[in-house]
Design a protein. Structure first.
Lengths: 480, 394
């Protein structure tokens, strides 16, 4: 309770909540923006290469879902850019010249992505197949590099470098050192892998549900196999990266690491806590593995792990319990996803068949949600763990927050708006999928005009591009 | 103190980007405004369809200009960015709300099939197209009149509610409607839809007249509220302002004469918008906030500005050809909303009748796979033992 009271006593709470909820919402769509195009392109590649109609249909439908989600992601990303200034003018005014560099680089990739999303999404019918396929490539490359750039800005906040301060003002900037600060390679890899895992497991989960419901055709098997394979390759890499990154954090931001692992006092033989609540330096209800934290940090039980007591109480992050439990959740879910991928991989390796039993498909169906939860938990760890600093050991959050009144209002609006957008963003793909299943093939997309004009409008207006004549009826709704 | 040449150059880049956003983003906002004013479902269907087709594949790319402006300003002029964002918290938040509602409404409208849902999402898109340019206009008005303090201690309501700022807001809305209507005339012309050409031609004329009137009003207002900017607008910036007025009038003349030359019409309208933006930029020089914050005092260290040049150069190299291709394909009608996938659905036989899983790849012999598995397991065990041994040795 002491921790909660401490947090509520600090003024930037509404601003921090708004930034947190905006990031929490945007990051899911950002993941889809980074990795969805890759999945679609794999399906399209199979479709073109093997003349596989099922793969082609998957690709085209995925790109329709992608069109909606990427648009919402572009908008929620703009919200983030605005909020950098609206909520944290103290940060931007002092350090904009440095932190702006990676954001500027991201601007290029955002441009590339947005341009080629327009070409890829709407070029299906009229562009030659391989030209169309290649038009998706800048989205994939731009997505990855854009993610690296934005994460570089976040890494800079964790590991500031490449600038000279004189009397509190930046006098010179080394753009390369800003971009490639110590934390960038770790954080950026972690995020890109996370994006591929989230996207892959989310899509695979949708088709796992379809398979569980008995739709075991090639369309559903491919729809499951492509994203699951991509995510399954990312999962073991992510587990390895996670281990490396934890050690990096232990050296680079020891206080954050201490909160993550409940290290109250600097010590050797530090135990690894699973679960538990930290109150006044004591862990309750947790299970501990003796000396394992020390082993993880330095491969030896005698490794010294720096504790929370290394800095005064005012410089420790609040909500240690939240940070620790979020870290546990992230690691636990990451290992669960890794196990799931290994299970399928094992089966494929020895049987050359997809494992599609209910025992496997039920956890796969929730793997997407698990991946999202793991990623959100990871962001909680890194963002709350950096408190009370906005730029680690350089600028306090309370010195960066806006003096403008009205943040509680915008926070309320953002929460309400994003609640609606979340429901709609989940609902729309579901509606689309139901429509695709229930509607006869011939009727699909026949009706594309805003506000649905009355029949025969094309004849009245003499539009040169009337909708394609409806093909002959194909025998009613498909029995699914 | 004179500003460094780098600062001036970044300022020039900034105003080029602002002009691009005013043109492309402005046209998309205008599309939303005409969508809002297109009337009842039945009557508004055909103009809405044209607006929709002209915006759909490009609006996202056009939107990025805004993000680029934000990034450019906060990197190159951090102090000014922080001050504007603090003092003008309210109108900026409202314009942001508009951006969210507009983008989401536009995206969702395309998937909605029920009329009521389409109307709801469409209304959100259209109404937001009105809100966003208006509040962006008030922000610019506040900056031009120099009412944004350099170190604000909170929101400054008076800054963006002055008559000049409010007038600028309306001016932005009218200008968006104008530029969009002109572009839509060309789109209708290229599709051979005469009645729509007439429809938007009338609206372009009306919006053009309104824009002119509002511009004159703002101009008159500026003489009192921002004397220095006014003096430069009627001095060094006068040629640019004159070109803008002439180009605006020329567009109206072309419409009146029914001379629908696609490139010429578009280019003239673009010149009208771009020159007035540049005229404003020149009139502000050498101040970011006339007359309290100068370009020299507000700009970032030279190395940051140099980074912006590199980024801009890369953007020109990478993004310009991309944009060229996007607009080319769009103009050629190669980017259309997906049509029916019925052919694929039949070919793929999506349905429950599934044969058993085909083995796509020939399975390697069992022996090979078991052997590989064993070798991998041994290597893993060895690596772990190695690690533990090293730990013990320490």
């Amino acid at each position: 309770m002491g921790a909660v009271a401490h947090v509520l006593a600090v003024s930037p709470i509404p601003a921090r909540s708004q930034m947190g909820s905006s990031l929490g919402f945007h990051i899911i769509l950002a993941c889809l923006g980074i990795a969805f195009a890759a999945m679609t392109m794999i399906a399209e590649w199979i479709g073109i290469r093997r003349r596989d109609a099922a793969a082609m249909l998957l690709a085209r439908r995925w790109s329709k879902v992608m069109a909606v989600l990427v648009a919402v992601g572009a908008v929620s990303g703009t919200v983030m850019s605005y909020e950098m200034g609206l909520l944290w003018p103290g940060l931007m005014g002092r350090f904009g010249a440095a932190i702006g560099v990676p954001f500027s680089v991201e601007g290029i990739f955002f441009f590339l992505e947005a341009i080629f999303v327009g070409v890829y999404m709407y070029g299906w019918r009229r562009l030659p197949p391989w030209v169309h396929w290649w038009s998706g490539m800048p989205i994939v490359v731009g997505g990855i590099l854009g993610a690296v750039s934005v994460v570089a800005a976040n890494s800079w906040m964790n590991s500031p470098a490449g600038y000279t301060l004189k009397h509190g003002k930046i006098t010179s900037v080394d753009p390369v050192s800003v971009f490639f600060n110590a934390a960038t390679p770790y954080e950026a890899t972690h995020m890109v892998l996370a994006a591929y895992m989230v996207t892959g497991f989310l899509i695979a989960g949708v088709y796992a549900v379809g398979l569980l419901r008995g739709r075991r055709d090639r369309y559903h098997r491919l729809g499951f196999a492509i994203p699951f394979t991509v995510a399954g390759i990312a999962a073991p890499l992510q587990v390895m990266m996670g281990d490396v990154i934890a050690r990096f954090v232990a050296h680079n931001q020891p206080v954050k690491f201490a909160a993550m692992e409940y290290v109250s006092r600097t010590t050797r033989d530090a135990p690894e806590w699973l679960g538990g609540i930290l109150i006044n330096g004591h862990v309750y209800f947790g299970a501990s593995v003796p000396a394992f934290d020390s082993i993880l940090v330095g491969f030896s039980p005698h490794t010294q792990v720096i504790g929370l007591d290394s800095v005064p109480a005012t410089q420790r992050p609040p909500l240690d319990t939240l940070i620790h439990l979020a870290f546990n959740v992230m690691v636990g879910l990451g290992l669960f996803l890794f196990a799931l991928a290994a299970w399928q991989g094992w089966w494929w390796w020895f049987r050359r068949r997809l494992l599609l039993t209910a025992w496997f498909l039920v956890p796969s169906a929730v793997s997407g949600v698990a991946a999202v939860a793991a990623m959100e938990a990871g962001w909680v760890v890194t963002e709350v763990g950096r408190q009370p600093w906005v730029v680690y050991r350089v600028l306090l959050v309370r010195d960066a927050v806006t003096p403008a009144t009205g943040v509680p209002v915008t926070l309320g609006v953002i929460l309400a708006l994003y609640a609606v957008l979340t429901v709609v963003s989940i609902g729309i793909p579901m509606i689309m999928s139901r429509r695709w299943r229930r509607q006869p093939a011939a009727e699909e997309d026949a009706d594309r005009v805003p506000y649905g004009p009355s029949p025969g409008w094309a004849a009245r207006v003499g539009s040169p591009a009337p909708p394609a004549p409806l093909p002959a009826p194909t025998g009613g709704p498909e029995p699914q | 103190m004179n500003p460094r040449p780098e600062a001036i150059a970044v300022g020039v880049i900034m105003f080029v980007v602002i002009a691009a956003y005013a043109l492309f983003g402005g046209a998309d906002f205008g599309g939303g405004i005409w969508d809002l004013l297109a009337g009842r479902t039945e009557r508004g269907a055909t103009p809405r369809k044209l607006i929709d087709e002209s915006i759909t594949p490009v609006w996202e790319a056009n939107h990025v200009w805004l993000v680029f402006i934000l990034v450019l300003v906060w990197t190159s002029f951090p102090l000014a960015f922080a001050a504007v964002m603090t003092a003008l918290f309210v109108p900026l938040s409202l314009s942001l709300l508009g951006i969210v509602l507009r983008g989401a409404g536009f995206a969702f409208r395309h998937t909605a099939q029920r009329l009521e849902v389409q109307q709801l999402t469409g209304a959100s898109f259209a109404a937001a197209s009105l809100i966003t340019p208006f509040f962006m206009g008030t922000v610019i008005g506040a900056v031009v009149t120099g009412r944004v303090p350099t170190h604000p201690t909170g929101n400054v309501l008076a800054a963006w509610t002055s008559p000049t700022a409010i007038l600028t807001g309306f001016l932005f809305v009218a200008a968006c409607g104008y530029i969009s209507a002109v572009f839509l005339v060309v789109e209708a012309q290229q599709r051979g839809q005469q009645d729509l050409r007439r429809y938007f031609s009338l609206r372009a004329t009306a919006a053009g007249a309104l824009t002119g009137a509002l511009a004159a009003g703002t101009f008159a207002e500026l003489s009192g509220s921002a004397p220095r900017v006014f003096a430069r607008l009627t001095g060094i910036s006068l040629p640019l302002v004159a070109i803008s007025v002439a180009a605006g009038a020329a567009v109206l003349g072309m419409l009146w004469l029914r001379w629908y030359h696609a490139t010429l019409l578009r280019a003239t309208a673009a010149i009208a918008v771009a020159t007035v933006v540049w005229g404003w930029g020149l009139a502000q020089y050498p101040y970011l906030f006339p007359t309290s914050l100068s370009l020299a005092a507000a700009s970032a260290p030279t190395s940051s500005l140099d980074a912006e040049f590199v980024v801009t150069g890369l953007a020109v190299l990478l993004v310009a050809p991309g944009f060229g291709m996007l607009y080319y394909l769009h103009q050629r009608g190669l980017l259309t909303e997906a049509e029916s996938d019925s052919d694929l659905r039949q070919a793929a036989q999506v349905g429950p009748a599934a044969p058993d899983q085909p083995t796509t790849a020939a399975a390697a012999p069992m022996v090979t796979r078991t052997a590989t598995g064993l070798v991998l397991a041994m290597l893993t065990i060895r690596a772990i033992r190695e690690m533990l041994a090293r730990a013990r040795r320490r």
